[in-house]
Design a binder for this molecule. Structure first.
Ligand SMILES: [Mg+2]
Length: 316
């Protein structure tokens, strides 16, 4: 991504989920497609809206699938989100390691909401609250429920924890609360985010996808916690990933001559291509089916998968 290189080659901006892989499985032929682009001397940059993994873990995953990549060829919605902040911001991080890494690398001071909670409750009985659920043998009959000590104990712990959470949430002040997908999000981390924004922190989301596709179905997406916080606080918030302005600027500042954007989503990849003035190549190996197209973005070429689309453009 050397913007000042004297010999500019055209850049291909390629999405990961639904284009290179589905979950942990390589989409057949995408390694050959990247190989063909390299052989044709094209510059390849991977851009994912998934904010959770670090750049180095994405690089390692690509390499394990036989696809050459280095951290400098990776762009993520976490990197885009980091660019929306003022210099050296104190950030409450409601996301994963990839978001944390991007914030640190951009000179900000992030702290995981989970870390604040863990520090506050370590060595207290609340640290074992979940273990209490796991270990207790709860009564199954009405008469036993009435007398059960474990349910009374859980009630006491829960009620007290609301008060503790109220104190923890009030202890710190943040410039921004940045939200990304995190499978360990919970009521308490949401409470910290809610309070931080109520006290003046900006609400920023890495992306606003409402769902996250998995092998057996959908899980809540990165945009879920963002939408809850929007509802709770009345703040509109800002979104950073594809196809929003921060993502467009990230690409403009780090890549040159983006000729093609390849993706499986019209509302993110397709719109990004449009903003960049690049040609959009749609693949049907991810979330979009041939019947699920919109009129908003017209793909330059659409094919079953990356291999077919690359071979069509290269004339192989
Ligand atoms: Mg995708």
């Amino acid at each position: 991504m050397d913007k000042n290189s004297s010999e500019m080659t055209e850049t291909w901006l390629i999405d990961l989920d639904g284009v290179i892989w589905r979950g942990d499985s390589l989409i057949a032929g995408s390694d050959e497609a990247v190989g063909a682009l390299c052989a044709a001397n094209k510059k390849i940059v991977f851009f994912t809206n998934n904010s959770f993994p670090t750049a180095s873990s994405l690089t390692a995953k690509l390499q394990s699938m036989g696809i050459p990549a280095s951290a400098e060829n990776i762009l993520t919605s976490s990197m885009a989100a980091s660019r929306l902040l003022n210099e050296k911001s104190n950030v409450l991080c409601l996301g994963g390691p990839g978001l944390y890494e991007a914030l640190v690398k951009s000179g900000h001071r992030p702290v995981f909401a989970s870390t604040i909670l863990s520090n506050a409750i370590s060595n207290t009985e609340y640290a074992s609250y979940l273990a209490y659920y796991a270990q207790s043998s709860f009564p199954q009959t009405v008469s036993a429920v009435d007398d059960d000590k474990s349910l009374v104990e859980l009630t006491r712990m829960g009620v007290e924890f609301f008060t503790i959470l109220d104190e923890i949430a009030d202890a710190e002040r943040f410039d921004a609360c940045v939200v990304g997908i995190d499978p360990f999000s919970n009521f308490a981390t949401l409470a910290l985010g809610f309070r931080a924004i109520s006290k003046g922190a900006r609400l920023i989301a890495t992306n606003d996808d409402s769902t996250y596709p998995m092998k057996s179905g959908l899980l809540p997406g990165g945009g879920t916690v963002f939408k809850i916080l929007q509802t709770l606080t009345g703040s509109k918030g800002e979104v950073a990933g594809k196809p929003y302005e921060a993502a467009v600027e990230l690409v403009r500042d780090t890549c040159d001559k983006v000729a093609y954007v390849v993706g499986d989503r019209l509302d993110t990849d397709g719109l990004l291509a449009k903003q960049l003035g690049a040609k959009f190549l749609l693949v049907y190996s991810g979330v979009t089916s041939p019947h699920g197209k919109s009129d908003t973005v017209l793909p330059f070429v659409e094919e079953e998968n990356l291999k077919k689309v690359v071979y069509a453009i290269l004339g192989i």
